[in-house]
Design a protein around this ligand. Sequence first.
Ligand code: FES
Ligand code: FE2
Length: 418
Amino acid sequence: MPDDGKPLTSLVANRLPWHSLDAAFYTDPAIFETDLDVIFGRHWIYVGVEPDVPEPGDCMVVDIGRNSILIVRDDDEGVRAFHNVCRHRGAKLVQEPKTSVGNIVCPYHQWTYGVDGTLRFAEHMAADFDRSCHGLKPIHLKSVAGLLFICLSDNPPDDIDDMAAALTPYLAPHDLPNAKVVKQIDLIELGNWKLTMENNRECYHCASSHPELTVSLFEYGFGFDPNSGTEARRELAARYQALVGQCHIDWEKNGLPSREIDHLDDRPTGYRTERLPLDGTGESQTLNTARASTKLLGNLTDAKLGGLSMWTQPNSWHHFMADHIVTFSVIPLEPERTLLRTKWLVHKDAVEGVDYNINNITAVWEATNKQDGDLVAMAQAGARTSGYEPGPYSPFTEGLVEKFSAWYISRLKAHQEP
Ligand code: FES
Ligand SMILES: [Fe+2]
């Protein structure tokens, strides 16, 4: 029972569309546990990229709630996920966030697993001990053009295949599998994970909060009221709309799918993508809008490709430019603490100091994340007070926030129904 006394079923049933959620959804420990179970335990969760584990034996550990997930590149160059738990007496196997191994050796009694999860070695066990029954427990994993999604459920939503089929033509030209992670920053936001997500799904706050991001990113990409604001801003909005139309024609002519696909709230594995023009030179999300890496991704030759933005429910967003990729994953830690993990990638052959400068690559989103983290903490501080009540979303600028909240509520409902 949530701490405001209303059962979750009634909070879910009575959620007011186009309004922020009841406070209990942001503060209540019981709802937080439900989120871990229903949302993060039964949906496809974005955890990282293939270049996190570029070589056979490379491992990455991602912790979600009580679960520790081991992601490994096997000897056949495939990527697999396992529960990071020894099948002997259950010790956590790999402690480091990233490491490289020949075999996976449990530090407790040295049970030894291959990178395919099979148990290869276990001393002093009974004569009838069957090693083949004690391999690592697999976790469903799907790579979508190099983006890694895991599902902790035994029956993951099968619509991930539709998402992969729709998104791969958009993502593939950026050749994520042949990029390299040049920086990762883990930021702890002092708010519920849904406030982190809601904040990401609108740019209503961009003009007032994100001086670095709005050099390149048009705040209008998330919608706007054509009759609001000063004349100068209305002109900018009109220029933006014309630019979107023209760029989509040009990019698609050159074989780059660009038009919006939006399935954020009509399926278990919700997603959306669109290639959006950038301001200035139109090349990259940098402080001067120019490419930050001279070595472009994949076989791209034109840097002026704007940013392919992509969002997935419940926990990710991504920006693919011609020169670099920024990717974000959101992991709930506690009811009022959330991990925002950001990774920046460039072409795997790009050389720091020659082709790119790391500070130039990360400047915009490092600043933007900090600003967003402060906004999330502010929203959480308000949600905690007795003065909070769900407030109305803007029909022009917060349509994707509504899609996030509606998706979340619909998934809880689907779980409640027999
Ligand atoms: S707990 Fe892993 S070898 Fe004993
Ligand atoms: Fe923001």
